[in-house]
Write a protein that binds this ligand. Structure first.
Ligand SMILES: [Zn+2]
Length: 331
């Protein structure tokens, strides 16, 4: 993995390449930015760049022992800590941090530099963060710590102040779609996923086109079913129910389901403007004019805002459905 192969993130890559060339790498970095935009991939590329034993002018060679073991996931000097799951309550335990820190007491096995990559450092619990703090104060030579975090405000200020910051940005829809196509995804699917991924390639890769299409069809069917408020209520309850867990209602999840509908109306507007429709869209949007489609899009976005706020999600959904059904061509 070359730093130059990192998708998007030109500024972050330029910063790190400059520091490698000037031999001014920090002993601790904080890669700040949303998930799924390449923070961990960049850390891995940085590791490859500083440990390759036969580097070419373009970067690491890809075939020396270090490059080989890194690609195989068996490099003994590349240590990764991560929370066991995505759940907010999931923690990086102090034992895992202590074990990684113990390794820094020894010279790297490969003779180059060791990297400890701590993914989603906002999941460090107070004990873990404190254990790490001591190492950040007096770092043993030839060790690089990289913490990835969504928002630096979620970390202890003492931790933040000891790390050099590198900023990562959301990817553009074009960057994500192009990467999905490069990985063998059909163009239409790639564009659908890119539109829903919110700038995160990681999220785009997790989306399942068949599930998305089924979800969208259910929503559109409900819209075209006529004005039965009672049925709309049942539909809204069922939709909200699929996003209810032990931790309460997943408002983010409901909003993501509505992203599909927003995208649908955005594309309906594009279709009405004569730009050709996307293959995955179900039927009736072809009948919407531009003004109706734009109005519907705005209504969906407003409802998402309400649901992410504190509105009762079932009620917000029913109001949305009723509003959308008033659009002339959808009655
Ligand atoms: Zn190499």
């Amino acid at each position: 993995m070359h730093l130059t192969g990192v998708i998007g993130q030109r500024r972050a890559v330029a910063q790190l390449e400059g520091e490698i060339q000037a031999q001014r790498l920090a002993h601790a970095y904080m890669f700040v930015g949303p998930g799924g935009v390449g923070r961990a991939t960049t850390a891995q590329a940085l590791f490859a760049a500083v440990n390759c034993t036969e580097p070419t002018p373009e970067g690491p060679c890809g075939h020396c022992g270090s490059c080989h073991r890194l690609a195989a996931g068996t490099h003994e000097d590349f240590l990764v800590l991560a929370p066991p799951s995505e759940a907010r309550s999931s923690q990086i335990k102090v034992e895992a941090v202590r074990e990684a820190i113990r390794a820094t007491g020894f010279a790297p096995f490969g003779g180059g530099k060791r990297m400890i990559l701590i993914k989603q450092a906002e999941h460090l619990n107070p004990a873990s963060a404190n254990a790490l703090l001591k190492t950040l104060e007096e770092p043993p030579p030839n060790n690089i710590l990289v913490l990835t975090v969504g928002d630096a405000k979620e970390l202890l200020p003492t931790l933040v102040s000891r790390c050099r910051k590198v900023s990562f940005m959301p990817l553009t829809g074009e960057e994500i779609a192009a990467e999905l196509v490069r990985r063998g995804e059909p163009e239409a699917d790639a564009r659908l996923k890119a539109g829903l991924a919110g700038g995160s390639l990681g999220r785009a890769l997790q989306l399942d086109t068949a599930v998305l299409q089924a979800d969208l069809e259910r929503l559109v069917n409900q819209l075209t079913a006529g004005g039965q408020a009672l049925e709309d209520w049942g539909f809204a309850e069922a939709l909200v129910g699929t996003h209810r867990g032990s931790g309460g209602i997943d408002r983010e999840g409901i909003s993501q389901a509505l992203d599909l509908l927003a995208l649908y109306f955005r594309d309906a507007a594009v279709t009405a403007a004569g730009r050709g429709r996307m293959a995955w869209l179900p039927g009736p949007t072809a009948e919407l004019n531009i003004a109706d489609a734009c109005r519907a899009f705005a209504q969906v976005r407003r409802t998402q805002g309400q649901i992410l706020g504190n509105a009762a999600p079932e009620l917000a959904m029913v109001v949305l459905l009723a509003g959308l059904k008033e659009a002339p061509k959808h009655a």
